[in-house]
Write a protein that binds this ligand. Structure first.
Ligand code: SIN
Length: 531
């Protein structure tokens, strides 16, 4: 058993910014299941929303966030995160993160701010079209140089250890985790009184997603199994513009491109978005994704197109170098031809229920970033608010950890038992695991995606129940592997999405069902599930 003052699971913006700050107060382990840079943060293109200009204000950023959130964002939470933004951005800059600058009227340099759907002002700080990669690289560099941080790559957190599981307390408390060392197959027992979940989202629950392979909902699944409250899982955000190409399946075309004037068109060049919303191609994501879904269903075509060819080629190459190069690698020259795009699962607005300090309903456990539901995103996240949430709430969470769990508390001697694998054998047929992965992702796409019905949800629930039983049997009878652990998490999270969606008898934000197509004031509250 290894002890740490802070145990962080996940190595994106939330986990790393927490770890770097926490190392001043004690020992930190960052447990991450692949290479540390393999995170949703790394793949973020657009940027990080934060009030930075004279024309903008906290009030306007708050109002835009509340508007997108469709009645479910608690205003004090939004206000706190928005107004703590500039200080957190300054910390990122101090850690070496470079945002694009431009010359102001007086000749001085100022942040070059982008605009995205639902924002009434330019307020998105960016680093070309690879903002996430810039943040991830600089935070990793800083974390690797910070004394007191153990970066445990290729370690897969299996489950949280709680006092009730140990039979110690009636009031449950998180006291550590079990983690699989992927290289050796050994299971480590890691002890801490301050465990932080920063595992990101669950885009991989769907067949088509803009997320990397790691996004299998591990944090939500673990927290739910440990008895935490989980909220608003029905609100899955579909990004309207994922590249449609058989070789590059999860490549995002940033919303910032629409912010710079790109227009959605159909195969005949028709600008269809104004028929759905006066804001056209820059309407909030739920509206744009639903409009594209409808156009695709109506025309029977496989995709729609995003056109930026009216902008100068030099501007496009300079502002979107990654997208330009990547599309060119599959023979699409975005300076000359429209980009084929489809919607894909992008962001989980719900998650482990927390307050604005990341505190969960389980003592000793905090959750920050996409894994958590502070309420900031309500029923629909405003673009680029998530990186902001990660870096702001990780700071609040550290203050809260130090306040609620002072050093004296952690001196309690709780010895955790070693992991017992029992009488298990190697998985004999990996094909079953891969088949179940595919089945979950396809049924979620077909039955639980942009437009839902009660009947489709019911179908999904029945199939998931069978899959869950099968996966559980596997879990008990075979030696654990990362594939099996991800599958186990995926089926739990998919079931939570379906249960939450089934419970909401209205359409609001990202949850749209043909059976209840209107918003209903009676449902203006969170969906909260607990095991
Ligand atoms: C994008 O660049 O379009 C994604 C930004 C976000 O999801 O916040």
């Amino acid at each position: 058993m290894k002890k740490y003052d802070f145990l962080v699971i996940g190595s994106g913006i939330s986990g790393l910014s927490f770890a770097i700050r926490a190392a001043k107060y004690g020992t930190v382990a960052v447990v991450t299941k692949r290479e540390a840079a393999m995170t949703n943060t790394s793949w973020a293109q657009g940027g990080i929303a934060c009030v930075q200009s004279e024309e903008d204000s906290f009030d306007q950023h708050v109002a835009d966030t509340l508007d997108a959130g469709a009645g479910l964002c608690p205003e004090p939470v939004v206000r706190k995160i928005v107004s703590d933004g500039p200080a957190a951005i300054q910390e990122l800059v101090d850690w070496g993160v470079e945002f694009d600058l431009k010359k102001a009227a007086d000749g001085d340099l100022e942040p070059a701010l982008g605009r995205e759907g639902g924002h009434t002002q330019r307020r998105v700080l960016h680093h070309k079209d690879t903002t996430g990669r810039e943040i991830e690289d600089k935070l990793l560099e800083e974390a690797r140089e910070t004394e007191g941080i153990d970066l445990l790559e290729h370690h897969f957190a299996i489950d949280l250890i709680t006092t009730t599981k140990l039979g110690l307390d009636s009031e449950s408390r998180c006291v550590g985790i079990y983690a699989l060392n992927e290289a050796t197959g050994d299971v480590l027992t890691l002890r801490s009184d301050r465990v932080l979940l920063c595992t990101g989202g669950a885009g991989r629950v769907y067949l088509y997603t803009t997320n990397p392979m790691v996004a299998s909902g591990d944090g939500v699944a673990m927290a739910w199994r440990a008895g935490c409250e989980v909220a608003n899982m029905e609100f899955v955000q579909f990004h309207p513009t994922c590249l449609y190409h058989h070789e590059l399946k999860s490549f995002l075309i940033t919303e910032a491109m629409r912010g710079e004037g790109a227009e959605l068109i159909d195969k005949d060049g028709r600008h269809f978005m104004k028929e759905y919303d006066p804001r056209g191609s820059l309407a909030p994501r739920d509206i744009v994704a639903r409009a594209i879904d409808r156009e695709i269903k109506k025309t029977g075509g496989p995709c729609v197109f995003l056109d930026i060819t009216h902008k100068p080629a030099e501007f496009i190459k300079d502002r979107f170098p990654n997208i330009y190069e990547t599309c060119l690698s599959v023979d699409i020259d975005i300076t000359k031809q429209p980009i084929p795009v489809v919607p894909a699962a992008h962001y989980q607005c719900g998650g482990v229920k927390t307050d604005v300090n990341g505190m969960t309903s389980l003592e000793g456990l905090w959750a920050v970033g996409e894994v958590a539901c502070t309420g900031l995103h309500g029923a629909n996240r405003l673009a680029s608010n998530s990186l902001l949430e990660g870096v702001v709430v990780s700071k609040l969470a550290l203050a809260n950890c130090l306040e609620t769990f002072p050093a004296s508390h952690s001196s309690e001697a709780i010895d955790l038992p070693e992991w017992e694998s029992g009488d298990v054998s190697d998985v004999d047929e990996l094909v079953v695991i891969y088949h179940n992965w595919d089945e979950i992702r396809r049924l979620m796409w077909d039955y639980v995606s942009i437009v839902r019905t009660s009947k489709r949800l019911q179908r999904a629930a029945t199939r998931l129940q069978n899959l869950r039983n099968e996966v559980q049997e596997f879990y008990w009878n075979f030696k654990i592997t990362s594939e099996l652990l991800e599958l186990r998490n995926l089926v739990d999270v998919a079931s939570l999405v379906v249960e939450s969606a089934t419970g909401r008898k209205e359409s609001r934000g990202l949850h749209y069902t043909l059976d209840y197509p209107e918003k209903d004031d009676a449902w203006q509250h969170d969906t909260v599930l607990k095991k």
